[in-house]
Write a protein that binds this ligand. Structure first.
Ligand code: NAD
Length: 330
């Protein structure tokens, strides 16, 4: 599918990831971009100048209301299905989280079927793997959810359901779709709902206040942090490709420990404060491991996508964005 001249709808369009996809769709020459969002988690204010772009149309709508989806999807070429509850909001509100991630995704595929949408790119997550025991985690690695906290397990299960609605609608009704399994996304428009990336902001804020950084356990916990611009680029490439019915890891393939993360933030802002090692009790956590190796060769081979933004560059961009936002408020 061609992006240039096309009409696209983004469910959860006011989100961190939806906003980046919008920026890249505009740059790629899309004719119209409908941001379909009920503003339950994010708001149009967070979109900034994007709302003034002539290609962008804001539609307040809920993926749990099929009539609103059907109306908004008129003559749409492709849908980026981004709306969803992450582990933290899922733990806080499982009724609504399960409804949005499961029933909402089913509604989205159904509406795309009836509206003849050419392709759906679904925002899935590496959370689907749980805490895998495999050395290298590729798209065929089995899911291991038994040791997960309940919120993380519910989230993982909801994303597996979303992916399989896609496969089912492909097989039964010919709806094209791709599922992108993002690792820990961070970057501009960072919010406080993402359990791993929120730690970057917490660390930065503490250091700015002159407080010592707090590192849980021994700091060897690792995550694969992917910049939101790389994630948005994967979405556009998935939409453009002829591939359907497949899932892809959208990760850097590099693990960064909390110790390394803190050192990078300290280097950027010039702090030498000694970290304090302590684990806050009762915190909601995603899967925790000291080794993580996501295979990204399938994404490279079949979509031509590979992460481009290094963690240090991404953190510099995030901090610059955060500072610019703080100046607007002051
Ligand atoms: N942020 C990450 O680290 C990460 C990692 C893996 C996967 N994902 C997935 O990517 C997607 C976007 O993540 P994000 O961090 O940008 O999320 P976000 O929390 O910023 O955005 C979710 C958006 O969905 C909207 N929404 C919620 N319920 C809705 C409904 N019923 N109808 C319409 N809109 C609704 C919210 O208002 C919000 O704008 C989610 O599906 C998430 O599960 C995110």
């Amino acid at each position: 599918m061609k992006i240039k001249g096309g009409k696209f709808l983004i469910t959860g369009g006011a989100s961190m990831i939806g906003a980046q996809i919008t920026e890249q769709l505009i740059a790629a020459g899309a004719r119209e971009i409908v941001l379909f969002d009920n503003y339950s988690l994010a708001s149009p204010e967070g979109l900034g100048d994007l709302v003034q772009r002539p290609q962008v149309k804001l539609v307040r709508g809920d993926i749990l209301r099929t009539n609103e989806l059907h109306d908004a999807l008129e003559a749409t070429d492709g849908v980026f299905a981004v709306a969803g509850f992450l582990t933290l909001p899922m733990s806080a509100n499982p009724h609504l989280g399960v409804a949005v991630n499961v029933q909402g995704m089913l509604n989205t595929f159904d509406a795309c079927r009836y509206r003849g949408v050419g392709k759906v790119v679904f925002s899935s997550s590496i959370a689907v793997y749980g805490e895998p025991t495999a050395d290298i985690i590729d798209e065929t690695t089995s899911w291991t959810w038994s040791r997960l906290q309940p919120g993380a397990a519910l989230y993982a299960a909801s994303k597996i359901m979303g992916e399989n609605f896609g496969r089912l609608y492909h097989d039964r009704y010919g709806v094209n779709s791709i599922s992108l399994r993002y690792s820990s996304v961070y970057g501009e428009r960072q919010h406080l709902r993402a359990v791993n990336s929120v730690y970057i902001m917490e660390t930065y804020e503490r250091l700015k206040r002159g407080e010592r950084p707090i590192i849980p356990d021994d700091g060897r916990e690792v995550h694969d942090y992917i910049h939101v611009a790389d994630v948005a680029r994967a979405n556009l490439m998935a939409m453009e490709s002829d591939v359907s019915r497949e899932s892809f890891n959208v990760a850097t393939g590099k693990a960064t420990s909390l110790n390394e993360l803190v050192a990078i933030v300290q280097k950027i802002i010039g702090s030498k404060l000694e970290p304090e090692y302590k684990t806050p009790p009762g915190k909601v956590r995603a899967a925790v491991s000291t080794k993580l190796d996501f295979a990204v060769d399938k994404s490279e081979r079949m979509l031509g996508w590979k992460a481009q933004i290094s963690f240090e560059e991404g953190i510099r961009r995030l901090i610059a964005w955060h500072e610019a936002e703080s100046r607007k408020v002051a």
